[in-house]
Design a protein around this ligand. Sequence first.
Ligand SMILES: [Ca+2]
Ligand SMILES: [Ca+2]
Ligand SMILES: [Ca+2]
Ligand SMILES: [Ca+2]
Length: 478
Amino acid sequence: MKAHWLVVVALVACGGKDESGETDGPGTTPPPPADADADADTDADTDADTDADTDTDADGDVDQAASAGLSAQFPGDTLGSAVAGAGDVDGDGLRDLIVGASGVTSSSGAAFFLASPVTSGLVNSVATNTWLGPTPAERTGEAVTGGLDGDGDGRADMVVGAWLIGGGQGGIYMMSSTAVTSPSLGSPILGAAASDYFGASLAMAATSGDAAVFVGAYGSDLAGPQSGTVYVLPFTATNQNQATARLNGGVYDKLFGHGVGWNVAAGDLDGDGLDDLVTGAPDQYKDGIIDTGAVYLALAPFSGDLVIADVATLIVDGVGKQNRLGEAIATGGDIDGDGLDDVLIGAPNINGGTAWWVKGTATGRMTIGDAAFDGFVDGDDLSRLGAGVGLEDMNGDGLADLLVAAPDNEELPHVAVFYGPAEGALDLEGNVAKRLVGQAASDFGLQIGALGDTDGDGKGDVAIGAPLGDYVSIFLGE
Ligand SMILES: [Ca+2]
Ligand SMILES: [Ca+2]
Ligand SMILES: [Ca+2]
Ligand SMILES: [Ca+2]
C-alpha cells in the first residue's frame, strides 16, 4: 500500500489528466494485470483531478465527500431504504430526487420529494414534500422510482412502493408531477393476493408511448408458490388488473419458489428505443442448491402472461449456496460506448464480494464469473463488494461509470467508482477512479440512486442510501 501511494503521488505531480479532458480510465487500453505497478498507472490518470477532493485516509485514492447529507428525524426511520432520480419534476431544468424512509412512524413509512439543489440537513426540513404511509406497518418508501413522463403532460412522474400493505399484499402509489405538492399519497394500487409483496421493487420504463412501471411482486403465486411476478403497469392504471404484461417466475425443484421481481431495473438493451427489463430472483434454487439466485434480461415490448425463463434473452445463475445473485443489479447506462445499455450485477456473497458486467445484448444462459462476461471488479476479502451497484455518467463523457459498494471495506465503507469504458479485470487497489465516502454506516451504498444531472453541469449525480445508518448522501459528478 505504501509503495502504491508513493507512485501515485509522483504521477499526479506530472499531471495525469489528459488535456483533452478524456481520462485514461480502465478500458481505453487493455486492462492491466492486478499488480501494484500497473495499478498505479490507471489510478494516477483518473485520480489527477483538478478539484479539491482530498485523500482523507492517505491510501492514495481520491475520496470524494458528499455535497449534501440528509439525516433522519428519528433513529430507525431507515432513511435511504430507497433512493431514485425523479427527473425534472418542477420544470426548472434540474433533475430532482425521491427518497424513501420505510421505518418512519412504526414502519408506516414515508417518501420525500427533494427538489434540486439539495442542501444538508434533517430530511423533513430539506424535503419539498413529505408523504407518509397512511396505514400502520405498510413500509411506504421501501421502493421508489421516477424520472419519466407517465401521464403525457411533459413532466416526470414518480412511483412509491409500500410492499407490506395488508401485511404483505403490497401496493404502490402513482405520484404524478401534478401531485408533487399534495400532502397525501392518495389511494394505492394493491397487489393481487396476500403475501405477493407487490411493489417491493419498482422501475419506470419507456416500454411504449407514455412510460410504464415495472412492479416487482416476488411473492406472487401466479405460476406456482412464490414464483414471483414482474407487472408491466401503465402509469395511468388504477388497478393491477390493468397490467399490459405479467412476467412470471416458475417453480424450481418442484418445491421452491423463483422469487422473480425481488428487484427490477430498466434500460434499452437492444437499442430499439424501448426500455427492457432486468430483474433479480435471489431466492431461486439451482440443481437443488438453495438460493443460488439468478438475474434475467428480457426485451420489451411485453404483452400478456409470460414465463420469464421462456422470454429471457439472458439468464445469469449464481454458483453456490446462498449466493443470492440478483439482490444487486443495475442497467440504464452504456459502459462500453456501443450505444446500448449494459448490465452490472453485484455478487456480495461470492469470494468476499465481486461485481460483474455484461453487454445487454448477451444471450443464452451463463453462470456468474463465466468468461463470457465483459468485465468484473474484485473486492478485497470480505468487503461485501457489490452489495449495492449503480450506473451513472459521473464524469460527463457519455459513458456510464460503474458504482460498486464496498460496505465492509477494512479501511472505510465506500462506493468505488470506475469510469467507463471498462473491460476485463478491475480491482479496488489500482483501478478506482475515486471513492465516494459518506456516513460510516455498515450498509453505506446498499442503495445507489442514479439521478442524472441535478446541478446543471452536464455530469451525472448520485444519491447513496445507508438505511441502517438513517442517512442519505448526495455526490455530484465532476
Ligand atoms: Ca429495448
Ligand atoms: Ca453498451
Ligand atoms: Ca463516464
Ligand atoms: Ca451534475
